[in-house]
Design a protein. Structure first.
Length: 185
C-alpha cells in the first residue's frame, strides 16, 4: 500500500509514508493542546487512548490505499527512528494539506522544509492544479508558512476547531505559481 507513496527527503528531514506501527509514536506526541488547538473540531478532544491507532487504521491507511490521501511521518535525518510530526496532502475541494509538529521542534523551519517537499509532490508528481489550505487567523505560525510559500487568501469564514470557533482563511496557490517561485527561469 505505502510502496506507491515515496519517502521524501529535505536537507534535514526524512518524510516516511505512515504505517500502522507509527501509532504509538503519534499517540505519545499528538495529544497536546499546542498541537491540536487549531485542528478541525472533528479531532476528538480529550484525545482517546486509542486515538492514533484508530485514526491511522480507519482514516489514514484507507485513504492512502484509495489513492486520495498521502500521509508521511516527519523525522530528523539525525534521528530517523524518532517521529516528530505528520504531514499530508489529500484530494479535497478546499483543504488539501495538513500538518502538525511536536512543539519541541517549533521555530526551526522544519515544517517549511516538510511543507515544501510535500507541495512539490502535490504539484509535480500528482499533477494537481491548485493547492488550498484552511487556517484559523489566530494560527500565526501556520499562516506565515502559507504566506512565505507564496499562497494568497481567497476567502474568509468562521470554522470550528478543537479550541472553539475562529475566523479563518482559505489560502490558495496554483501549480504555475508554485513552480515560478520554486524554479524561477
Amino acid at each position: 500500500m505505502t510502496a506507491a507513496i515515496p519517502e521524501l527527503t529535505t536537507p534535514r528531514l526524512i518524510l516516511r509514508p505512515l504505517v500502522l506501527d507509527d501509532a504509538d509514536a503519534v499517540q505519545r506526541l499528538f495529544p497536546q493542546i499546542e498541537v491540536v488547538r487549531f485542528l478541525a473540531s472533528r479531532v476528538p478532544w480529550p484525545y482517546p487512548a486509542d486515538g492514533a491507532f484508530t485514526f491511522l487504521r480507519d482514516v489514514v491507511l484507507p485513504g492512502m490505499e484509495r489513492g486520495t490521501e498521502w500521509h508521511w511521518s516527519i523525522r530528523l535525518k539525525t534521528a530517523p527512528e524518532q517521529l516528530i510530526g505528520m504531514i499530508n496532502v489529500r484530494d479535497s475541494s478546499d483543504e488539501n494539506r495538513g500538518f502538525w509538529l511536536d512543539p519541541a521542534w517549533h521555530g526551526q523551519g522544519l515544517m517549511t522544509e516538510a511543507s515544501d517537499a510535500v507541495t512539490d509532490y502535490w504539484f509535480d508528481t500528482l499533477q494537481r492544479p491548485v493547492l488550498r489550505v484552511i487556517k484559523a487567523i489566530a494560527n500565526t505560525a501556520s499562516r506565515r508558512l502559507s504566506e512565505t510559500s507564496g499562497m494568497r487568501v481567497i476567502a474568509t469564514e468562521d470554522r470550528d476547531y478543537v479550541s472553539g470557533r475562529w475566523p479563518s482563511e482559505i489560502w490558495e496557490m496554483t501549480a504555475e505559481e508554485w513552480r515560478s517561485r520554486r524554479h524561477p527561469r
